[in-house]
Design a protein around this ligand. Structure first.
Ligand SMILES: Nc1ncnc2c1ncn2[C@@H]1O[C@H](COP(=O)(O)OP(=O)(O)O)[C@@H](O)[C@H]1O
Ligand SMILES: [Mg+2]
Length: 198
């Protein structure tokens, strides 16, 4: 039983790797087209967190959202792909956190933009690795990360998807304290209702 479980886990990792490689390849060769629609970013972030809560709960990592719930966060983007971006970033924030750590997702509205910030209380990323983590297959401290599973492709995919939205991913990190990943999407302004002509 133990052996079978290990084999199944390896197969899952392999499947994940193949899926990520396919996605990246298809995006780079232009096979995958972006499909833009209007949706609410706070709703999307909430969905992603619901999906990850079980995994986070096992290690007592708490995920919280900081957003003004009286406001909407409408944007126009490829919903599925932005879901993937948030999933990758929030999952990393949980995975590389210490047990009992915290993940905060901040949504900030400015005049024309919505900023999404994913903040963790993990080990942080050394400056010399920071500029390389978006490269495919790059993983910090390979031996340690190995036990965490993963392909080293998540952030390469995130970068690519955001480029397709004319946006970019930023990161700041302090070793021993944690990391902040952030990106922006356009705020879709609701056009005020036209005054009805009599
Ligand atoms: N929130 C984070 N805190 C610390 N290290 C991180 C974080 N996110 C990513 N990393 C580092 O960047 C590497 C690349 O991340 P990613 O492309 O998502 O690949 P994967 O998660 O499959 O290893 C990870 O292996 C890890 O070393
Ligand atoms: Mg990852």
């Amino acid at each position: 039983m133990k052996f079978l479980k290990k084999a199944a886990k390896s197969l899952d990792s392999l499947d994940h790797l193949v899926q990520d490689l396919l996605t990246l390849n298809q995006m780079e060769s232009g096979v995958i087209k972006f499909s833009f629609s209007e949706f609410d970013l706070l709703e999307l972030v909430t969905e992603v967190i619901e999906e990850l809560e079980h995994k986070a709960g096992k290690r007592e990592v708490q995920i919280t959202v900081d957003a003004d719930r009286t406001k909407g966060y409408p944007t126009i983007a490829d919903r599925q792909k932005i879901y993937r971006v948030c999933q990758n970033l929030i999952f990393n924030a949980v995975k590389y956190n210490h047990d009992g750590g915290e993940v905060k997702v901040n949504l900030k509205l400015s005049k024309n933009q919505i900023q999404v910030e994913v903040k963790d209380t993990g080990p942080g990323i050394p400056p010399e690795d920071l500029k390389r983590i978006f490269e495919r297959f790059y993983r910090v401290e390979k031996s340690r990360s190995k036990g965490k599973g993963g392909t080293g492709l998540g952030l390469a995919i995130v970068k690519h998807i955001l480029e397709g939205h004319k946006s970019k991913i930023s990161v700041t990190s302090v070793v021993g304290k944690g990391s902040i990943f952030s990106f922006e999407l356009p705020l879709e302004k609701k056009k005020s209702d036209p005054i009805e002509a009599v």
